[in-house]
Design a protein around this ligand. Structure first.
Ligand code: PEP
Ligand code: MN
Length: 352
């Protein structure tokens, strides 16, 4: 099949797909954060984690009940009991939930307890599992395999889409490389590549990529910068006592700091956009004032037209009041604009 006919691919100029998970929208221009412990370890741990996640302003709660551990002797998760605890914590905090499903036979059970099914990195090419979640009604978070190319990752998504489930969110969580200073290498470029190739939303998981909590904040910000549609981070009330992935989990303070950093970053972006627009409008206004200045000069009229200035200032005050802006402030800004405009017109006249 030609690549452009794949369901995961973006048709020329096609729109982004927005994946909605119980009211949380991925791919709609926002930056939803999924947070929670690596594993559900017990009721108190899960409830406390959910409270922290809610307090920080995240959009979804995570927690592993079936854990894909490298060693068979490591904590394997609480299984069905973990699903129940995650569901209860999500309801208490008012947050939709996501958890990993390891076995195609468990898809139905897991789907009963959570809002979104996660296919983990190690199972990215478990084709039977992909088909099983593809037949589910639940949206799917599809993690990139640690040694998978972007093409293989998108073909894995294709298995889910091909079964009739259109709600797939991709997750870049780091790949194997020669570099040993981080657990995996966060492939930020893959996010930009996926955004160009596919219409599916993609989120970044800096926790599993870095394996170190000190790198989660900068890598999370980098994910925002590269155009990801959201974040997944691990948060634990007591990371030092965690039964899995302790070194990469954030405690409450670290998580709140991350959320604050992301928030400011996003608001600043919006402010920068407004500022650029303000400067563009000022330049346009001045250009128009200079055109009027030329006409006045041609007719021998003075630069200053006090009545017109009064009219402009009164108009600015009225518009400010209508918008709930301080009218004195608006008048001051416009006095400055008018003063500059006058002096520029005078200068042009003298240069004639
Ligand atoms: C996880 O998110 O719980 C997890 C095991 O991650 P990954 O599949 O990316 O290793
Ligand atoms: Mn983990």
């Amino acid at each position: 099949m030609a690549p452009e006919t794949l369901k995961a691919h973006r048709p020329a100029d096609g729109p982004d797909t927005v994946v909605e998970v119980a009211g949380v929208r991925f791919g709609a221009g926002g930056f939803p954060v999924i947070a929670g412990p690596c594993a559900v370890e017990g009721e108190h741990q899960m409830m406390t984690a959910a409270e922290i996640v809610r307090e920080g302003g995240a959009s979804m709660l995570r927690g592993g009940a079936f854990k894909p551990r490298t060693s068979p002797y490591s904590f394997q998760g609480l299984g069905a009991e973990g699903l129940r605890l995650l569901e209860r914590a999500g309801k208490a905090a008012g947050l939709p939930t996501v958890t990993e499903v390891l076995d195609p036979a468990d898809v139905g059970l897991v789907a009963e307890h959570v809002d979104m099914l996660q296919v983990g990195a190690r199972n990215m090419q478990n084709f039977r599992l992909l088909q099983a979640v593809g037949r589910s009604e639940r949206p799917v978070l599809l993690k990139r395999g640690p040694a998978a190319t972007v093409e293989e990752w998108l073909l894995a998504a294709e298995y889910v889409l091909d079964q009739g489930n259109p709600r797939v969110v991709l997750c870049e969580r780091g790949i194997r490389s020669f570099e040993t200073s981080t657990r995996n290498t966060l492939d930020l470029a893959s996010v930009a590549v996926v955004k160009a190739l596919s219409h599916l939303p993609v989120v970044v998981d800096p926790s599993h990529a870095a394996g170190r909590r000190d790198l989660v904040l900068p890598l999370g910000l980098a994910g925002l910068g590269v155009g990801a549609d959201g974040l997944m981070v691990e948060v634990h009330p007591r990371p030092d006592e965690a039964l899995s992935d302790g070194p990469q989990q954030l405690d409450r303070d670290q998580f709140l700091r991350l959320m604050e950093a992301l928030g400011v970053g996003r608001i600043r972006e919006a402010v920068d956009q407004v500022d650029r627009e303000l400067v563009r409008l000022l330049a346009r206004r001045l250009e128009l004032a200079l055109s009027i200045g030329r006409v006045k000069a041609g007719r021998g009229q003075p630069v200053r037209a006090p009545e017109r200035e009064e009219e402009i200032l009164a108009g600015a005050r009225a518009e400010a009041e209508r918008l709930g802006l301080d009218a004195d402030f608006a008048e001051e800004v416009f006095e400055l604009v008018l003063r500059h405009s006058r002096s520029l017109q005078e200068a042009r006249r003298q240069a004639l």
